[in-house]
Design a protein around this ligand. Structure first.
Ligand code: PLP
Length: 407
C-alpha cells in the first residue's frame, strides 16, 4: 500500500503554519470544523475574481459560467454520496438547516397526534430540537434510544421502542461528542421493516467515511460542508426523489416558483423547489472543490491513517492515570473524548490553548448524552488526516503540564 505523504498534505493546508501563543498550531478541533486546503481557497478566489454572477438567470456569459460551476458542484455531491439522481441533492446552509427543512416540510405533512419519532441519546442538539418542536406542534412523542456506559447505542432498546406508531427514526451516523459510529445500516433496515422513514445526520461521517446513500437506503441524509474541508454556510440535504417530490415547499421566494400570480402560485421542480432565493454560489463551488480534493486520495487510506492516530492516542492515554476515555471499546472514528479526574475540562482546554493546542471542551452540543453519562462535559481531541503522531505527543506533554498546575 502506498504511504500517505502527510508532509505534503500538511503543506496544502496553509493555516497549519500558524503560530498560536508563540507555538506552532496543533489543530485538534476538527469535529467542530475542518481546515481548508489551498484548492478550496483558490476555488473561492477564482469564483470572485473571474466568475461572480447570479445563477440560473441565463442573461450573459458570466451567469452561464456561474450556473455551470454551481450545477457541476451539485453533480460532484451526487457522486460523492452515490445518490441516484442529481435532483436529490438540495443545497442548504448546513446539517442544521437540512434537518429543519425535513422537520418543517415532511414532518408537517406526515406527523400527527400520538405518532412517534425516535432519536438517540447520542444526538447533537441539531438532531433533537427540530423534532422536539415538531412533536410539540403535532402532539406527537419523541423517544430517545439509550446508550450503554461505553457510549454505544443500545440496539435492544431501539428494537423495543420501534412500533407501528414510529413514523421517523432520526439518527447520527457518527457521534460528534464521542466519535462512536452507529450501526445505521441495521437501524435503517429495522425502521423500514416497521414502515418508518430514516434521516441520517451525517455531519461527522462525511469527512471520515465513504457515504453511499443507495446502499444505506436511508430516506434523508444531511451534512455540512465546513466539516469536510469546504467553507461554512453550505451544506446538503439528500432525500429520495419520490419523498422530496411529495413534500410541500419550505421557504417561499425566487427560484422555488414556476409561476406566481395573486390567484395562486405553482412551484418549481426539484431541487429548486427547496432552494428559495440567491444560493450560496461560491460555497457550493468550493464544496465541489473539497470533493475534488478528497477524490485525489483513496478514502480508505485516509481512514486507515486516522485509525492509526486514534490508536496511538488511545495507547498514550494509558500513561496518565487520571485520564478516563469516554466512548471506548467500540467502533469509532478519530475522536479522543476524555475527562481528567479531579480537574475541570475548561481549565485543561485553556492550558492546552496556551501551548498552541486547539481542543474543544464542554458538552459538545450533546447535553442529553452528557446527562446520561453523568458528566458536565469532556475534553475532545478530534483528529483529521493532516494531523500527526508528533502532534499527539505534544497533546500529552500539554496534559502532563496541565496536571502540574491543576493537581
Ligand atoms: N450534527 C452533528 C453530529 C454535528 O457534529 C454538528 C456540528 O457539530 C451538527 C449536526 C450541526 O452542524 P452545523 O452546525 O454545521 O449545521
Amino acid at each position: 500500500m502506498r504511504e500517505l505523504d502527510i508532509k505534503k498534505i500538511r503543506s496544502e493546508f496553509p493555516i497549519l503554519d500558524e503560530i498560536v501563543h508563540g507555538k506552532p498550531l496543533v489543530y485538534f478541533d476538527n469535529g467542530a470544523t475542518s481546515q481548508k486546503p489551498r484548492m478550496v481557497i483558490d476555488a473561492i478566489d477564482n469564483y470572485y475574481e473571474h466568475v461572480n454572477s447570479n445563477v440560473h438567470r441565463g442573461a450573459h456569459a458570466l451567469s452561464d459560467k456561474a450556473t455551470e460551476l454551481f450545477e457541476n458542484a451539485r453533480q460532484k455531491v451526487q457522486h460523492f454520496i452515490s445518490a441516484k439522481h442529481r435532483e436529490e441533492i438540495i443545497w442548504t446552509r448546513g446539517t442544521t438547516e437540512s434537518i429543519n427543512l425535513v422537520a418543517q416540510t415532511w414532518g408537517e405533512k406526515n406527523i400527527f397526534e400520538n405518532d412517534e419519532i425516535i432519536v438517540s441519546t447520542l444526538e447533537h442538539h441539531s438532531n433533537i430540537v427540530p423534532w422536539q418542536l415538531l412533536c410539540q406542534r403535532k402532539n406527537a412523542k419523541l423517544l430517545p434510544i439509550t446508550v450503554k456506559p461505553n457510549g454505544e447505542l443500545d440496539l435492544a432498546h431501539f428494537k423495543s421502542l420501534i412500533s407501528s406508531k414510529t413514523k421517523l427514526v432520526a439518527i447520527g451516523h457518527i457521534s460528534n461528542a464521542l466519535g462512536v459510529i452507529n450501526p445505521v445500516e441495521e437501524i435503517i433496515q429495522v425502521a423500514h421493516e416497521n414502515n418508518a422513514r430514516v434521516l441520517v445526520d451525517g455531519a461527522q461521517a462525511a469527512p471520515h467515511l465513504k457515504i453511499d446513500v443507495q446502499r444505506l437506503d436511508c430516506d434523508f441524509y444531511a451534512f455540512s460542508g465546513h466539516k469536510m474541508f469546504a467553507p461554512t454556510g453550505i451544506g446538503v440535504l439528500y432525500g429520495k426523489k419520490e419523498l422530496l417530490d411529495s413534500m410541500p415547499p419550505w421557504h417561499g421566494g425566487g427560484e422555488m416558483i414556476e409561476k406566481v400570480s395573486f390567484d395562486g402560485t405553482t412551484f418549481n421542480q426539484l431541487p429548486y423547489k427547496f432552494e428559495a432565493g440567491t444560493p450560496n454560489i461560491e460555497g457550493s463551488i468550493a464544496l465541489g472543490a473539497a470533493i475534488d480534493y478528497l477524490n485525489q486520495f483513496d478514502r480508505s487510506e485516509l481512514a486507515n491513517y486516522e485509525k492509526e492516530l486514534i490508536e496511538y492516542a488511545t495507547e498514550k492515554a494509558k500513561s496518565i492515570p487520571e485520564l478516563k476515555i469516554i466512548g471506548s471499546d467500540c467502533n469509532k472514528t478519530s475522536v479522543l473524548s476524555f475527562i481528567m479526574e479531579g480537574m475541570h475540562s475548561q481549565d485543561i482546554g485553556m492550558i492546552l490553548d496556551q501551548q498552541g493546542i486547539a481542543v474543544r471542551t464542554g458538552h459538545h452540543c450533546a447535553m442529553p448524552l452528557m446527562q446520561a453519562l453523568g458528566l458536565s462535559g469532556t475534553i475532545r481531541a478530534s483528529f483529521s488526516f493532516y494531523n500527526t503522531k508528533e502532534e499527539i505527543d505534544l497533546l500529552f506533554e500539554g496534559l502532563e503540564k496541565a496536571k502540574t498546575f491543576l493537581v
